[in-house]
Design a protein around this ligand. Structure first.
Ligand code: HEM
Length: 449
């Protein structure tokens, strides 16, 4: 017989769990595990069924994946993303996946790494002065946005687009999740946050549409991601994408890809700053593998400890929540889920589960020594999601993070600046509220290229 799930702790009248969610999401998503396999969470008045075990996460995302669409958060993002990969559903989404996927193949990633990412990482490392204090989180945002922008638009025209991307996207990312978690009327209020968001979204759509139209009419293959999108043909139908569809994919890729990567890099160096032994081993690996020369794509498999740090960052500070909506009446863990109900899983709930990650609060890259990883059940570790909606950037992102991290680490230590402790804040992702760090040269004689 179907059973009624318990509520998540800390529900407010009218506002539901929006306040604890914005104030201390990690505490909330850890606490739900004790309330059952399926728990009810309220976004304002809207109930969301939250699953809390790896088995149910796997069922939701993979085995029963076709029974669910993307949910309310993505509806709220549709005015910005249109019908791009992240927001579309059903057959349209499957078609877009087929068209976009080739841009993320390994060979392409090797190309982006060599043409764009290594050079940009070296620019960052070369831009600092010894002893300087940098806003490290913002610097990583600039880096990742520029990397996405140049990967998409390699031509001169790209520079203009890039300037607009750097102006608009941070504004939009600042407000997008707040909007998504707030009742609908909030986005209609004539408050500065809404005006800024709407103006930034309108500017970005205009500039990208112009870039797409002019790239299409020039008709040249520049080997960049935009050319790939314009040239892509569906194997089944032989059709390509309309200008509007390409624009939606470009905005989707820019918005989903850059922020997540930047935040992972910010946490990477934050954790090194807190864990001197991890930092020492990271530097030792960088020196041994690179020996003072710039990193190459082929070096990445040799950087095992760096990869383990990246896994541990993905465990501790992943994007916070994956949301779905039931297309039909269904059931999860003995709880009846009516058609149209919102359902979610938080990676944080799964990744802090002490059954699979002993002493889960401890930052320990060695928990990823390969044998231990093989022991995990399906669904226990899903920083990039799973199933048909798995992140298309799941191979590119770790490459970009590793290249930037070792290029910086070959030359610098990033030392935490004493003062207020750094806290995890929820914006579009889970990110540090601030991250001032002092740049101190390493005494290796190595250069960053
Ligand atoms: C550390 C970096 C990244 C993390 C942790 C991450 C995480 C995720 C997760 C968890 C999802 C699944 C959302 C869901 O199931 O609802 C997702 C989707 C997506 N990601 Fe990433 N991502 C990262 C980097 C990237 C990059 C570099 C790109 C592109 C260049 C990208 C593009 C996308 C897109 C387009 C989707 C939507 C897919 C869909 O809904 O079918 N991501 N990402």
């Amino acid at each position: 017989m179907a059973r009624a799930p318990e509520n998540a702790p800390g529900r407010w009248p009218l506002l539901g769990h929006t306040v604890p969610l914005l104030r201390d999401p990690l505490a909330l998503f850890s606490a739900v595990r004790d309330r059952g396999d399926v728990v009810k969470l309220y976004l304002g008045p809207l109930p969301v069924f939250l699953v809390t075990t790896p088995e149910l996460a796997w069922q939701l995302l993979v085995t029963d994946g076709p029974k669910f669409d993307k949910g309310i958060v993505f509806d709220k993002m549709r005015p910005l993303f249109g019908d791009g990969l992240a927001t579309s559903n059903g057959e349209l989404n499957r078609r877009q996946r087929r068209l976009v996927q080739p841009a993320f193949h390994r060979d392409r990633i090797a190309g982006y790494t060599e043409q764009t990412i290594t050079g940009l990482a070296a620019e960052v490392a070369n831009s600092w002065q010894p002893g300087e204090v940098v806003a490290f989180d913002q610097r990583m945002q600039d880096f990742a946005l520029t990397a996405s922008g140049r990967t998409l638009f390699s031509t001169e025209l790209g520079e203009e687009v890039l300037t607009e991307i750097q102006r608009s996207i941070p504004i939009m990312l600042k407000y997008v999740l707040l909007r998504a978690f707030s009742p609908k009327l909030v986005e209609k209020l004539p408050i500065p946050a809404n005006r800024r968001f709407d103006a930034a979204a309108a500017r970005l759509r205009r500039v990208i549409t112009e870039a797409v139209v002019s790239a299409r009419s020039a008709g040249t293959d520049h080997g960049d991601l935009l050319s790939m999108l314009l040239l892509a043909r569906d194997e089944e139908t032989g059709e390509g994408m309309s200008d509007q569809q390409v624009r939606d994919e470009v905005i989707t890729i820019l918005t989903t890809g850059a922020e997540t990567t930047a935040v992972a890099l910010a946490w990477f160096f934050h954790e090194l700053g807190q864990h001197p032994e991890v930092e020492r081993r990271f530097h030792a690996e960088v020196d041994e593998v690179l020996g003072g020369r710039p990193v190459r794509f082929e070096d990445l498999p040799e950087l095992g400890y760096t990869q383990r740090i990246i896994h541990e960052i993905g465990r501790r500070t992943p994007p916070l929540i994956l949301m779905r909506r039931a297309r039909e009446d269904t059931e999860l863990g003995g709880v009846r889920i009516p058609a149209g109900a919102e359902v979610a899983v938080s990676q944080h709930t799964l990744h802090q589960d002490p059954r699979y990650f002993p002493d889960p609060g401890r930052f320990d890259p060695d928990r990823w020594i390969p044998d231990r990883m093989a022991e995990l059940p399906r669904g226990a570790f899903i920083p990039f999601g799973a199933g048909a909606r798995l992140c298309p950037g799941h191979l590119l992102a770790p490459v970009e993070i590793a290249v930037a991290a070792v290029t910086i680490g070959a030359r610098w230590r990033l030392v935490p600046v004493p003062g207020k402790p750094v806290r995890a804040r929820i914006k579009a992702t889970l990110q540090p509220d601030r991250l001032p760090m002092r740049v101190v040269p390493r005494d290796t004689g190595a250069t960053s290229g």
